[in-house]
Design a protein around this ligand. Structure first.
Ligand code: PLP
Length: 404
């Protein structure tokens, strides 16, 4: 049974007060709070296991190495990857997409090739491709969304063709909450032979991900949005693709043989992990995944779907409030503007009551511009939020709206 009161006790920060009020954390899309299991895993690592990995022959080097390997196993199982060798650890989604874009700009993209994105992308899934396009001579094409924030599938289909080399799409939009039909989009992209990258920064925390069922080539996510530590994330990639790819950063651990004349490189995933990795953070991410598994992802999805429907229903009743995007399927976030009240001011007034929401561009300027906006207010939800918290938010929004 999913018991939110019990779950909340697992998150120490949720017990604290902000400006004299109980904290209401509605900013999980920016970063999620951490359960005690994750915090304790970090402490245990540094108190009992800390060592560099791969390089030592002593006991702690082995212990740390096991911790890192176990984390890779956990991520592989979490995504239903075929093997742990398909998981490359990175700092987060931003670094993961930069890794792919940098490698593709040298090894895959040629002048005139096309990179297809959607209008709803985070800057992390736009700017690296702009770098890649500039370097390779490829061009970026953008699939539009409709007034609800849903992808226009026909328009996307029309963009796909023999020149499409890469399709890189968000699983869930961080600004609108749209859940993209990634399985269908991947199937369509595969028909033209494109390499498919999914930005799972918002997807992995809210939907059960099965990379084999999706059929994508790469899936990228951030640990800190998945209730794990900052500084760790992962790129899933199909094994045969990683094997063909050249390295992107050079240094220790990613090589086989080094001379001053040249170097040969390790097999994946090590080939893509130069230098000392974030071992403690990886172990913490493994603990976050264990924690999610102990609750059950299906139970989490069910609870969140109900909570989000309730929040949407209540928030839209507030006078002079305009919801941005009404997608068919929504995950995690609700974006809105209050007529005549700057978004930052709304967020500050909420903060005074202990309610943390994001206001601004959400690093997704193009999709806000699509709706004629430069910013919005964005409460975002996780399975530790409650209907009572939604009620407090809505009551405050009513007051702010009435004060105008
Ligand atoms: N993609 C999406 C959809 C996001 O929401 C975010 C962060 O908000 C990112 C990418 C970048 O993630 P990170 O900052 O963890 O690298």
């Amino acid at each position: 049974m999913f018991d939110v009161a019990t779950i909340r006790r697992d998150f120490p920060i949720l017990q604290r007060r902000i400006n004299g009020k109980p904290l209401i954390w509605l900013d999980s899309a920016a970063t999620a709070q951490k359960p005690r299991a994750v915090i304790e895993r970090l402490v245990r690592y540094y108190e009992q296991e800390n060592s560099n990995i791969h390089r030592g022959t002593h006991t702690l080097a082995e212990v740390a190495c096991d911790a890192y390997d176990d984390a890779r196993d956990s991520v592989a199982a979490f995504l239903n990857a075929a093997s742990q060798d398909e998981i490359v650890f990175v700092r987060g989604t931003t670094e993961g997409i930069n890794l792919l874009a940098a490698i593709f700009s040298e090894s895959l993209l040629r002048p005139g090739d096309e990179i297809v994105l959607t209008e709803a992308e985070h800057h992390a899934n736009i700017v690296p491709w702009q770098f890649a396009a500039k370097k390779s001579g490829a061009v970026i094409r953008v699939a539009p969304v409709d007034d609800n924030g849903d992808l226009i599938l026909d328009a996307y289909q029309r963009l796909l063709g023999p020149r499409t080399r890469v399709v890189s799409i968000t699983h869930i939009s961080n600004a609108l909450g749209t859940v993209m039909p990634i399985q269908e989009m991947t199937r369509m992209a595969k028909q033209v032979g494109a390499t498919v990258v999914i930005d799972g920064a918002q997807g992995a925390p809210h939907r059960r991900v099965d990379v084999q069922a999706i059929g994508c080539d790469f899936y990228v996510f951030s640990g800190h949005k998945l209730f794990g530590p900052c500084g760790i994330g992962a790129v899933y990639g199909r094994h045969e693709l990683w094997q063909q790819m050249p390295p992107w950063q050079g240094g220790g651990s990613m090589v086989q043989q080094v001379t001053f004349e040249g170097s040969t490189f390790a097999i994946p995933p090590k080939r893509f992990e130069a230098g000392t990795p974030a071992v403690a953070s990886a172990a913490g991410l493994g603990a976050a995944i264990d924690y999610l598994n102990s609750i059950g992802f299906e139970a989490i999805e069910r609870y969140e779907t109900d909570l989000l429907a309730y929040a949407l229903e209540e928030i839209r009743k507030v006078n002079r409030l305009r919801i941005i995007g009404m997608p068919r399927e929504r995950g995690g976030v609700i974006s809105f503007v209050l007529d005549g009240i700057p978004d930052m001011q709304v967020a500050k007034l909420l903060d005074a009551q202990g309610i943390a929401v994001r206001a601004g561009t959400h690093c997704a300027q193009p999709i806000l511009a699509r709706f004629g906006l430069q910013s919005s207010v964005r409460p975002s939800f996780a399975f530790y939020n409650t209907r009572e918290e939604v009620d407090v938010l809505v009551e405050m929004l009513r007051r702010i709206s009435a004060q105008r």
